[in-house]
Design a protein around this ligand. Structure first.
Ligand SMILES: Cc1ncc(COP(=O)(O)O)c(C=O)c1O
Length: 384
């Protein structure tokens, strides 16, 4: 049976050939430890790391690429930023659509005399600036918001929230796990102070890659300390970036792949990626919107949604639907709560969750047709 991958919001598949090639080249011909020695292999590894950093900086309009720290995923980036920035007594505002990689560190911090207020999103999963404003206090230090929901694909107006933060002198952190490589991101125009992203989703890199942008002038404690190859005579952590947050040997093979992914995205261009994703969303919605047996969650508006959609068939659990899609039709989705329980409370789909379809750059119209037909057949067979 042929299979159809609809779990790109968890991790993208397949990857461009250039990503595979970059990793192979490094594996077979590279191999040095960047920043640790002066021989050719170490220098080449250092070049690869720098090139990837600069390509990502270009994509996100980061003027100084050293402000972009490479991490193992978005979760690590969020932990570095949240645990390093928030201190005892601080007040933080977040939203009801956040992933557990934001919610769990914040819940942990709450035990430490830190107050967290949660702005409720609307029924589509979109966060309105007014609901954030309601939670802001005189002493709010940080607002953290996802760029797009990993459950409904709803896109938030990051520029508007960023402008508000700047006016109020509040630091602004963005979780761009679902949007890096998918939507335009300009850290200057959007007034972003911290931005965490995955390298293995929209950026098409391998698993084990991600990153964090940290605006200059922000004091942040590192999460881990150790060897950086720089200032080796000192037993204290360097205070300059990226070394301050990149202790230990880097995942250079992954970073080589991530660089090739970023190059691929820059060449393909974000507007054409958006057009592709929106065309598939239009098709998906057209195919199922007249089907009363399928409940659709989210904006159902191509201007306000990424290539992610959540659905349910009333009377049958999402896990059963997901299992049938997979076993009978080879359609791979993600079912359940998608590590975002609060988002499902907002949507009214807690605790069972939804069936989530998420596509990517290599998904074709005919894949969408296979998926929607399978969904309709399951809906018909279980309701008639
Ligand atoms: C919105 C959101 N934030 C954070 C993450 C965590 O990303 P990673 O798996 O790269 O740590 C995810 C992953 O699905 C996500 O969807």
């Amino acid at each position: 049976m042929k299979s159809y991958y609809f779990d790109n919001a968890a991790t993208s598949w397949p990857k461009p050939r250039s990503v595979v090639k970059a990793m192979q080249d490094y594996f077979f011909n590279g191999g040095g430890n960047p920043g640790r020695s002066g021989h050719a292999k170490a220098v080449e590894a250092g070049r690869i790391v720098l090139e990837t950093r600069e390509l990502l900086a270009e994509l996100f309009h980061i003027k100084d690429s050293s402000r972009l720290v490479l991490t193992k995923n978005a979760t690590e980036a969020l932990n570095i930023a949240l645990l390093g920035f928030i201190e005892k007594g601080d007040h933080v505002v977040t939203t009801s659509m956040e992933h557990n990689s934001v919610m769990r560190p914040l819940t942990y911090l709450e035990k430490n005399d830190i107050t967290v207020s949660v702005a409720e999103a609307g029924h589509s999963g979109k966060v309105n600036l007014n609901s954030i404003k309601k939670e802001v206090r005189e002493d709010t230090k940080l607002i953290i918001c996802t760029h797009a929901s990993n459950v409904t694909g709803a896109i938030n107006n990051i520029e508007e929230i960023g402008r508000f933060c700047k006016e109020r002198n509040i630091r602004f952190m963005v979780d761009a796990a679902q949007t890096a490589g998918v939507l335009p991101i300009d850290v200057e125009k959007m007034h972003i102070d911290f931005m965490a992203f995955s390298g293995h989703k929209g950026l098409l890199g391998p698993q084990g890659t991600g990153g964090l942008f940290i605006r200059g002038g922000i004091a942040l404690n590192p999460l881990s300390r150790g060897g950086t190859g720089s200032l080796s005579d000192k037993e204290t952590q360097p205070d300059f970036l990226p070394d301050r947050f990149e202790s230990g040997t880097l995942n250079v093979i992954g970073i080589a792949g991530l660089g090739a992914g970023a190059k691929f995205i820059l060449k393909r261009r974000i507007p054409s990626i958006i057009e592709h994703d929106r065309g598939l969303l239009r098709l998906f919605l057209n195919e199922i919107s007249d089907n009363k047996e399928v409940t659709i969650y989210g904006p159902s508006d191509e201007q306000q949604q990424t290539g992610v959609i959540s659905v349910n068939i009333p009377g049958i659990s999402p896990s059963k639907v997901g299992e049938m899609l997979d076993r009978r039709y080879g359609v791979m989705t993600r079912i359940g709560l998608h590590c975002a329980p609060r988002a499902h409370k907002t949507l009214g789909t807690f605790p069972d969750g939804t069936v989530r379809f998420s596509w990517g750059i290599f998904t074709r119209e005919r894949d969408i047709l296979v998926a929607t037909r399978a969904l309709k057949k399951i809906a018909e067979s279980t309701t008639h």
